[in-house]
Design a protein around this ligand. Structure first.
Ligand code: PMV
Length: 328
């Protein structure tokens, strides 16, 4: 009862922030993302009668108790659905920093959902797999698919219609992203905690919810028309709106550092110089720059020269979660 799967991280162009049900991890708003080829996780899961607890090995070391507990809670869902009562050995390898705002939970839980479901011999539709991944992390529901992906908030109180669907695959439109790493440290406040604090205390939260459908509509149109300017403008808007919302919580949540802000200004300066590029930022200080392949190398070179930028990762769009090996 062993299986392994890979999944790629994703980047939200239209962000989700806030949950309508924290226990079931149902997002309060929909979101649209792109799946990133160069940021990936590979995970194997083995249910083993010899084990007396779940074990998580992350990048060749025994993971800290918090992460192991989160994985174990997720495996309980698999055990409930499959009737298996063995513990599991989970071995996961990430090729980029974990917990630093690069959606490691997205690729991590998408790969874990697929590998664990297969190891437990559950046969799930893509929607069911996306729902399962969502229970691990909201953004993981989107990493089941490649290319351009929309997460539906859904209406059902049990979360049965809260799953992601593919808008277009990774070959629809050759977009590039340059990920600028400003620190390799884990972020100080996790997204779930940040969302709860925001929903409970921000005076802007209601407007955030009510304005989200318009952003989703515009983004769907930009993707289908391959209108890069529109895609970039609405991405920056959604990003700044989300961070403005988080900053308006009590106490305010600020994920940026000085270099984050330097890069924001640099991207706007590059635009003034005629380069088509736009920034977006998730729950952390790293900046992701959206651009087209023709400009990618020059933009990357410029961004690498900004003081405080530790390194850059250029990427194109990638595929959805895939099984890589199975045996019983
Ligand atoms: O689902 P989580 O816990 O990975 O939170 C995702 C939060 C953002 O990255 C900021 C927005 C998003 O839609 O991915």
């Amino acid at each position: 009862m062993k299986a392994a799967a890979s999944a790629h991280s994703n980047l939200a162009l239209i962000k989700y922030w806030g949950k309508s049900n924290a226990a079931l991890n149902i997002p309060a708003v929909g979101s649209i993302s792109i799946t990133l080829k160069e940021l990936s996780t590979r995970t194997s899961v083995e249910f083993d009668p010899q084990l007396n607890a779940d074990l998580l090995i992350l990048n060749e070391s025994h993971a800290d108790p918090g992460k192991e507990k989160r994985v174990s809670a997720f495996l309980n869902l698999i055990r409930q659905q499959s009737g298996i009562d063995h513990f599991a050995r989970v071995v996961s390898q990430n090729n980029y920093p974990i917990g630093a705002g690069l959606a490691s939970s997205a690729s991590g839980f998408a790969a874990l959902a697929l590998a664990a479901a297969r190891a437990a011999q559950l046969s799930l539709s893509p929607e069911q797999l996306s729902i399962l991944a969502r229970r691990g992390s909201g953004s993981a529901a989107r990493s089941i698919y490649g290319g351009f992906v929309e997460m539906k908030a859904g209406k059902a109180t049990d979360g049965s219609d809260s799953y992601a669907v593919q808008i277009a695959d990774e070959h629809h439109w050759a977009l590039n992203v340059i990920v600028a790493i400003t620190t390799e440290q884990e972020k100080s406040i996790g997204s779930t905690e940040g969302m709860t604090q925001t929903a409970q205390t921000s005076p802007y939260y209601k407007d955030w919810i009510s304005s989200s459908n318009a952003d989703l509509d515009e983004m769907r149109a930009a993707i289908s028309q391959k209108d890069f300017e529109k895609l970039g403008e609405i991405s920056e808007h959604s990003c700044l709106k989300m961070h403005g919302l988080a900053m308006s919580a009590k106490p305010g949540i600020l994920y940026w550092n000085q270099t984050t802000l330097e890069i924001i200004h640099a991207v706007r300066e590059l635009r003034r110089q005629g380069f088509a590029c736009y920034f977006t930022i998730d729950a952390g200080p790293q900046v992701k720059i959206l651009c087209l392949p023709a400009d990618a190398q020059r933009i990357e070179k410029y961004v690498r020269g900004i003081p405080g930028v530790r390194r850059t990762i250029p990427t194109s769009l990638g595929p959805g979660a895939k099984l890589i090996e199975t045996s019983s």
